[in-house]
Design a protein around this ligand. Structure first.
Ligand code: DX5
Ligand code: ZN
Length: 224
């Protein structure tokens, strides 16, 4: 069944505890931590102290989305509080080595691809990952419009998963809102990440309506 993951990039930073608590009480099982270094992407965000504090307070599943040039720096720390650590295929590092480093530290290794990166370019890395995160916006900011074509990589990845007899999760991140989540869920992702659609306005109502749109017409069931 597809799960919702709350990207706290759009949460009220001065009321982070309240906002994350509300999202979790409303049924969200994952917190998505967008880590940006001001170089891989043109924005700077949160890092280790945020992840540590969230894990200690809520014990929730954390996925760290590393939009940084050096995702292997501080891996011990990120792996200590993250169930999933996702690095970018486009980062200037040897991704296969970093994926192994993540797994060795006990977190699930994830690989994210930007909208312009094809699924075929990561084919050789698929046996080494437990998660593929499909970006449906250029990484850097929340609140952008979804690039619809990029979402077609979700069923394509599900095909690869089946053909290659692998078992990674598929996530999708960027521009997901009430008006497109049903369509995206129908493509079969395991995790749908959302920031602005969860944290703008009434968080509880947002989570409930995103969840219900996600399950419309029986969507949100993993089909493979
Ligand atoms: C973008 C981040 C996303 C972002 C999603 O670089 O990776 O996780 O927070 O924001 P929305 O859901 O508002 O597009
Ligand atoms: Zn993200």
């Amino acid at each position: 069944m597809t799960e919702l993951s709350a990207s706290i990039l759009s949460a009220d930073l001065l009321n982070l505890e309240r906002d994350i608590g509300t999202a979790i009480r409303s049924g969200v099982n994952w917190v998505h931590l967008d880590v940006m270094d001001g170089h891989f992407v043109p924005n700077l965000t949160m890092g280790i102290p945020f992840g540590d504090a969230i894990k200690k307070k809520f014990g929730v599943n954390i996925e760290s989305h590393m939009m940084v040039d050096n995702p292997d720096m501080y891996l011990d720390k990120y792996c200590s509080f993250s169930k999933l650590v996702t690095i970018h295929y486009e980062a200037p590092v040897q991704t296969s080595r970093v994926l192994k480093e993540i797994e060795r530290r006990g977190s699930m290794p994830g690989l994210s691809i930007n909208p312009k990166t094809s699924v075929s370019s990561i084919e050789a890395l698929l046996p080494a990952v437990k998660y593929v995160l499909v970006m449906t916006v250029e990484p850097g900011f929340s609140g952008q419009s979804m690039i619809e074509e990029a979402a077609q990589k979700i069923p394509l990845l599900a095909e690869y998963r089946k053909t290659m007899k692998l078992d990674f999760l598929i996530g999708v991140d960027g521009g997901i809102k009430k008006d497109n989540i049903s369509r995206i869920a129908a493509l079969g992702p395991d995790i749908i990440v959302s920031a602005s659609a969860i944290f703008s306005g009434n968080i509880e109502e947002n989570v409930k309506s995103l969840e219900s749109c996600m399950r419309e017409n029986g969507n949100g069931q993993r089909n493979h």
